[in-house]
Design a protein around this ligand. Structure first.
Ligand code: DAH
Length: 346
């Protein structure tokens, strides 16, 4: 057999081997046998140097053509094997899409969290900062800095859980007024904040009372803040929360930390003011307490009350949610009963 015949023979064998290959390993072996260091074609190419000048171009062309053909068919075979593998996998892993699936129960944020976030959004839009407070507070911030000195009779309305004589669970979010004023650099401008959070009272739990509930404190302190700013702000917020047709009613009230103090009612969103069970047939719903920050409170934070003034308000998150969603028992918020919670899933 001369070299030309040898190449032709090798080509035929290789091509028929290649056609028979059915897996990647055998395919790669075939390449090694052909083109590896000691491969059959490699050996032929190595022997080219011993050929005569006439033979060399002929054999060279033949060997190169064979190598190119092998390359092309090798790649085609590789693709064919990969496709076969993929098809086999697809076939063995088919899903019966008509089978009933596992229903994935989606959780949602608690209705109080949703309410809080909604209120936060409104105030963020007006440039307020949101601050976090301490649930374990000192008597100093919870009462004294709120203008409720020791033995002040108004302390009775906010009896709470004492840890020591001076440390207690806060009865309201109002201590955050003093804390944020203390921390604020008024040389850089006024203060606008809301402070949401849990508060505690020594109450007997019933449908409308809980020993633990949530408030949102609001405070604005700057030069030239007036009651008109308070009215405009709350008017806007309450309309966003309860509808554009709502009206606010302002009644004089008393809080030690504001002067003057007001209690704010909104016109009933259920009956529009005619009288119904939601507004207890008065047409009005009591919604929050507010007022102009008492000069003593400003002065205790080192502010000159003849230069600075401010307004503050405090609202109960549960009360807002109960009114908006017609919830008639506050205990539903804390019992973790999914049948209650699911109703507000968003
Ligand atoms: N801290 C009061 C309470 O818990 C609510 C309150 C009323 C807060 C008037 C205020 C305010 O900031 O101005 O009953």
């Amino acid at each position: 057999m001369n070299l030309q015949e040898k190449i032709e023979d090798l080509r035929k064998r290789t091509m028929s081997d290649l056609r028979a290959v059915a897996d990647e390993k055998t395919l790669n072996n075939l390449r090694t046998v052909m083109l590896g260091k000691k491969g059959e074609l490699t050996e032929i190419l190595k022997g080219m140097k011993d050929l005569t000048n006439e033979e060399r171009p002929v054999i060279g062309a033949l060997a190169n053509a064979f190598r190119d053909e092998f390359g092309v068919k090798f790649e085609a075979k590789k693709v064919e094997i990969e496709e076969a593998l993929m098809n086999a996998a697809l076939e063995s892993e088919t899903l019966d899409v008509t089978l009933p699936g596992d229903v994935q129960k989606k959780g949602s944020r608690h209705i109080l969290t949703q309410t809080q976030e909604e209120i936060e959004e409104i105030f963020l839009g007006m440039g307020y900062e949101i601050v976090d407070g301490y649930e374990v507070e000192t008597d100093h911030y919870n009462f004294e800095r709120m203008n409720l000195p020791k033995d002040h009779p108004a302390r009775d309305m906010q009896d709470t859980f004492y840890i020591t004589n001076e440390v207690l669970l806060r009865t309201h979010t109002s201590p955050m007024q003093a804390r944020t004023m203390d921390a604020h650099d008024f040389s850089k401008g006024g203060l606008r904040m809301i402070a949401p959070g849990r508060v505690y009272r020594r109450d007997t739990d019933d449908a409308t009372h809980s020993h633990q509930f949530h408030q949102i404190e609001g405070l604005v302190v700057d030069k030239n803040i007036t009651m008109a700013d308070l009215k405009g702000t709350l008017d806007l917020v309450m309309k966003k929360m309860f509808g554009q047709d709502r009206e606010l009613r302002w009644r004089p009230s008393y809080f030690p930390f504001t002067e003057p103090s007001v209690e704010v009612d909104i016109s009933c969103f259920k009956c529009g003011g005619k009288g119904c069970n939601v507004c207890k047939h008065t047409g009005w719903i009591e919604i929050l307490g507010a007022g102009m920050v008492h000069p003593n409170v400003l002065e205790m934070s080192g502010l000159d009350a003849s230069v600075y003034s401010g307004f503050a308000f405090g609202l109960g998150q549960e009360r807002i949610a109960m009114l908006r969603y017609g919830i008639n028992d506050i205990r539903g918020f804390y019992q973790g009963d999914v049948r209650f919670l699911e109703q507000f899933g968003k």
